[in-house]
Design a protein around this ligand. Structure first.
Ligand code: SAM
Ligand code: SF4
Length: 341
């Protein structure tokens, strides 16, 4: 257990548009054991280990955000479960669940290490997780992830379900790659009692393939699903950007995360911190604030709280993602693995 250094309770985070910030996503590493084609270039340059916040510093940073009103905390990456000793961080953060300060501690993972960690995560109070998986075809899985093995992920998902964790599958909709599998993925997920969300590919970071070649609007996916199934609008919300429908025939939920075709920024309640302590107020904008310097400058949290307040006061209204033939540059230079999905 790491020490709490907070003194008095600081002010909650309200941005200039009146949005209350109560959801923090923390990328605990920029490294990953996969190289998904939409996320990373094959030869990624990773941060030197010395630039990373230690697990103790990550705990202190997350805890400062909990003091400032964060109720939901998601560890992500890169692949969070490849960070050495990451369970120490989960264990220490779980004290905020026990105290009631946090409603939810969760993780987004590629599932490769889940078989090893699922039982521990469940024991620490992790109730729901997101596992990213775009196909049920092992060869296609290898092609999309470049390095991944579908069997490991399937084993991890089964371990999580067996541990009583509610699993949501996240799949990026990829033109010409998994668009013929969308219905199979839904039937498979719902057959195992899991919800599934589809994500539109976002123009984050330079990768070798063209974004235009990958991009499949979810409006198209949804229209196709309606040919086969009866979709009923659902008011289910998880505090994230997905909008859900219930499939009458399976009884399960399908989420659509549509940063491109439908801008969901007006209800944004979240910010992101990278493994170097950089705070991004919006996934789709370059503006950021360094929290590592104030974190390290003193043992108390006052400088840190002040830096967070200054940053939240600059949270932009929304992103300006564009994927079209004239726009050759990514909207944002950093990869998703850096900011954390
Ligand atoms: N490695 C973990 C995983 O894959 O779940 C966590 C980090 S990953 C960056 C988080 C999510 O971002 C994954 O669901 C992934 O599919 C998604 N993602 C990565 N790059 C993306 C992009 N350019 N557009 C849309 N989603 C992306
Ligand atoms: Fe790794 Fe996740 Fe990015 Fe795939 S999407 S390369 S698993 S960080």
């Amino acid at each position: 257990m790491f020490d709490d250094v907070s003194t008095t309770k600081p002010a909650p985070m309200i941005d200039p548009f009146g949005r209350s910030i109560d959801y923090l996503r923390v990328s605990v590493t920029d490294r990953c054991d996969f190289r998904c084609v939409y996320c990373m270039a094959e030869n990624m340059a990773f941060l030197p280990k010395k630039d990373l916040l230690s697990l103790e510093e990550l705990d202190r940073l997350c805890s400062a955000f909990v003091d400032k009103g964060v109720r939901k905390l998601r560890l992500t990456g890169g692949e969070p479960l490849v960070r050495k000793d990451v369970m120490t961080l989960f264990r220490s953060l779980s004290r905020h669940l026990s105290s009631g300060a946090l409603d939810e501690l969760t993780v987004t993972t590629n599932g490769s290490q889940l078989a090893r960690y699922a039982a521990d995560l469940a024991a620490l109070g992790v109730k729901r997780i997101n596992v990213s998986m775009d196909t049920l075809d092992p060869a296609k899985f290898r092609a999309i992830t470049r390095w991944g093995d579908l069997a490991d992920v399937l084993r991890g998902i089964d371990a999580a379900l067996a541990a009583g964790i509610h699993v949501k599958i996240n799949a990026v909709a990829l033109k010409g790659v998994n668009e013929d599998e969308i219905e199979d993925l839904i039937a498979w997920a719902h057959g195992k009692g899991m919800d599934i969300s589809f994500i539109e590919v976002m123009p984050l970071g330079d990768i070798e393939p063209s974004r235009l070649d990958q991009y499949l609007p979810l409006s198209v996916v949804r229209a196709r699903l309606m040919d086969r199934w009866t979709l009923a609008e659902s008011d289910h919300r998880t505090g994230g950007p997905a909008r859900y429908v219930t499939v009458r025939e399976t009884g399960g939920l399908v989420g659509f995360i549509t940063p491109m075709t439908h801008n969901f920024c007006e209800s944004c309640n979240r910010v992101r911190v990278t493994c170097t302590g950089t705070l991004y107020m919006c996934l789709g904008q370059e503006d950021a604030a360094d929290l590592r310097a104030p974190l390290r400058a003193s043992e108390g949290n006052d400088l840190l709280y002040a830096a967070i307040d200054r940053a939240i006061a600059r949270k932009p209204k929304g992103h300006d993602f564009i994927i079209d033939r004239r726009t050759r540059r990514p909207s944002v230079g950093r990869h998703m693995s850096m900011t954390g999905g």
